[in-house]
Write a protein that binds this ligand. Structure first.
Ligand SMILES: NC(=O)c1ccc[n+]([C@@H]2O[C@H](COP(=O)([O-])OP(=O)(O)OC[C@H]3O[C@@H](n4cnc5c(N)ncnc54)[C@H](O)[C@@H]3O)[C@@H](O)[C@H]2O)c1
Length: 316
């Protein structure tokens, strides 16, 4: 049976792709986004135009607007809420910590308070690999402790998991959290490494590599993340949290050399010292997601970077 789904953060990177995929398989989809200027809003507008062309409206509103949420629920009777709207990014929390509390804590509470009056609506929400914080044991398993966040963003995402559990316990909505691991691909975020490095290298500008470039990231291609997200919408678990990563971390310098190869241009690398907000390694243990969601990431880093750069060269 087709589902009726509210996607918050639909003009964002993951929300855009998830909304399109849901619509394509026949679900009814309504988007919501406040089009804030954390990064160039024209990219968000362009994504929303494409959604519109596919019959998906993106309501321009903040998730803190409880009356807007209530109205949408009364009109659409959503079976699911895919909550992706958030203040993303790790480093920006040093500049604007308030924005994390406003969107990720107050905003998440507004979502939960709306849902408690609609106990039959399932919540699937974005958490983050950042919740593993300063853990050193790899791969990161959903059974590991997650109480040492390395930055405020991570602390808000961990809080979301706790708040979700509490509302599930109190009001019965089913809730499934997704710990995304460094998602990349076409229509990606300009503040993330792939976009910003590609832009800098193309323009002959330097790229800055923290921890002297000695980092590894479990880069996860957007189509794989979307497949895992849709499977989490479809599954019946009452309350759960899943790692959506590739399980194949790549050294940052390998990542850079793949971008160089695809662009046919060498990067000007500036090695920076340690950044305490940046963890050295991320690597997902995806066995739980494999077992319960049938999650099976397939896109190699090389292939995914090629898709991104093809898109970037057309878009930029
Ligand atoms: N991209 C990644 O690698 C990654 C990794 C881990 C977790 N996440 C999480 O996944 C989700 C989606 O991330 P993304 O990469 O698509 O980021 P994004 O910034 O592209 O998308 C988020 C969208 O939410 C909107 N938004 C933010 N605050 C809002 C508010 N208060 N009200 C309404 N809309 C608001 C923004 O305008 C944006 O369009 C976020 O929750 C993010 O924290 C992403």
């Amino acid at each position: 049976m087709s589902k009726s789904i509210l996607v918050t953060g639909a003009a964002g990177f993951i929300g855009f792709h998830a909304a399109l995929a849901l619509k394509k398989r026949g679900d009814r989809v309504v988007g919501l986004d406040n089009f804030n200027d954390y990064y160039d809003p024209s990219l968000k507008r362009r994504r929303a135009e494409i959604l519109k062309e596919h019959g998906i409206d993106v309501v321009e509103a903040d998730i803190n607007s409880r009356d807007v949420l209530e109205n949408l629920f009364s009109v659409h009777a959503f079976t699911h809420l895919l909550h992706l709207a958030a203040q993303a990014g790790v480093r920006y929390a040093r500049e604007n910590p308030e924005s994390y509390l406003k969107s990720n804590i107050d905003g998440f509470l507004a979502i939960l308070e709306t849902l408690r009056h609609h106990p039959k609506t399932d919540l699937v929400y974005a958490s983050s690999s950042s919740v593993y914080g300063t853990n050193v044991k790899v791969p990161f398993s959903v059974t590991d402790r997650t109480d040492h966040p390395a930055n405020l963003y991570a602390a808000t995402k961990k809080s979301n998991e706790l708040m979700a559990y509490c509302y599930h316990h109190l009001y019965g909505n089913r809730m499934r959290g997704l710990r995304f691991f460094t998602v990349y691909g076409p229509w990606g975020r300009p503040d993330m490494a792939l976009f910003s490095f590609t832009e800098a290298i193309s323009r002959g500008k330097p790229i800055h590599l923290f921890n002297n470039g000695e980092m590894e990231r479990d880069f996860t291609y957007i189509d794989d993340v979307v497949a895992g997200t849709l499977a989490a919408i479809d599954c019946d678990e009452e309350y759960d949290v899943y790692n959506l990563g590739s399980h194949e971390p790549a050294p940052l310098l390998t990542f850079v050399s793949l971008i160089e190869k695809e662009l046919g241009k060498a990067a000007i690398k500036v090695f920076e010292g340690e950044s305490s907000g940046e963890v050295k390694t991320t690597c997902a243990d995806i066995s739980d997601a494999q077992e319960k969601l049938g999650y099976a990431p397939k896109t190699s880093l090389e292939e995914g970077i090629r898709h991104f750069i093809n898109w970037y060269q057309e878009y930029a």
